[in-house]
Design a binder for this molecule. Structure first.
Ligand code: 5GP
Ligand code: ZN
Length: 117
């Protein structure tokens, strides 16, 4: 079995698991986090399976830009762009990554604290 068969976010991309889809295009899917940590908590993912930031290649630079710009566009659409929001990529154990398919968290709608836990 390939990584994509078992991967939770690949299953969401293939519509094998339901999710509240917020945006879809050729390369990117955005959907609501199932356990939101803020009034706005959206995950922006590449449709192609990439396990973590450590697995990005030079050829993925454009894709990463699309993830970040999509998060900014969703923040604007949700009315939190001017007030502010946080974007986070967790990578591996020490950052608490639990799903090994690259995802950008978009968090907003409340005041964030710093440093993060
Ligand atoms: P990580 O900890 O890997 O950075 O973030 C994984 C995120 O995926 C968590 O915020 C978690 O709530 C979310 N998540 C886990 N399982 C599901 C699911 O089945 N559906 C959705 N929409 N989000 C999920
Ligand atoms: Zn995947």
């Amino acid at each position: 079995m390939s990584d994509t068969t078992d991967c939770l976010f690949c299953k969401i991309i293939r519509r094998e698991i339901p999710a509240t889809i917020i945006h879809e295009d050729e390369r990117v899917l955005a959907f609501a986090d199932i356990n939101p940590q803020a009034p706005v908590h959206v995950l922006v993912v590449p449709k192609r399976h990439i396990a973590s930031l450590n697995d990005l290649a030079a050829g993925d630079d454009g894709l990463v830009g699309e993830l970040v710009r999509r998060a900014a566009a969703i923040a604007a659409a949700r009315g939190i762009a001017a007030g502010g929001y946080r974007t986070v990529f967790n990578c591996n154990r020490d950052a608490g990554q639990t799903v090994f398919h690259v995802h950008l968290h978009l968090l907003g709608g409340r005041r964030m604290t710093w440093p993060p836990g």
